[in-house]
Design a protein around this ligand. Sequence first.
Ligand code: RP5
Length: 162
Amino acid sequence: MSANPVVGIIMGSNSDWPTMKAAAQVLEEFGVPFEARVVSAHRTPDLMFEYAETARSRGLQAIIAGAGGAAHLPGMVAAKTTVPVLGVPVQSKALSGKDSLLSIVQMPKGVPVATFAIGEAGAANAGLFAVALLANTDAALASRLDAFRARQTQAVLDMKLD
Ligand code: RP5
């Protein structure tokens, strides 16, 4: 957690944290100041509205919102702020996250949510996407992102098979 966060990571329950941690780890790795907290669309709707309504004035430039099941959090937050919302479908027990994915991705025209893959890969990619957004106006961060991609490419080129 940072004193002046520019990215907010929110999730419907602390049971989402093992997934959403992947976004936090990426932001930490890139030195992006962020905050992470539980904000539930269904269980704390007033807090969700307050969080979304104050997001821009508090300096947030992106909100990564993860939820599972009937996952209304990203869409409802996007309805109350124009800060870009990056939605992460958390894998649910009953339907393996397909419910979460469809709840988040099928936003009606006019209120977008950028939707990522189900689970940890989606959370990590949401973190990387937030880094890419911020890198548009931060040359040092853009260099770190380029270096990350170069390391990733090299790691694949170095892969050996038995
Ligand atoms: C959603 O309900 C949360 O995002 C979580 O994925 C799901 C289950 O929550 P818990 O019952 O584990 O608190 O709101």
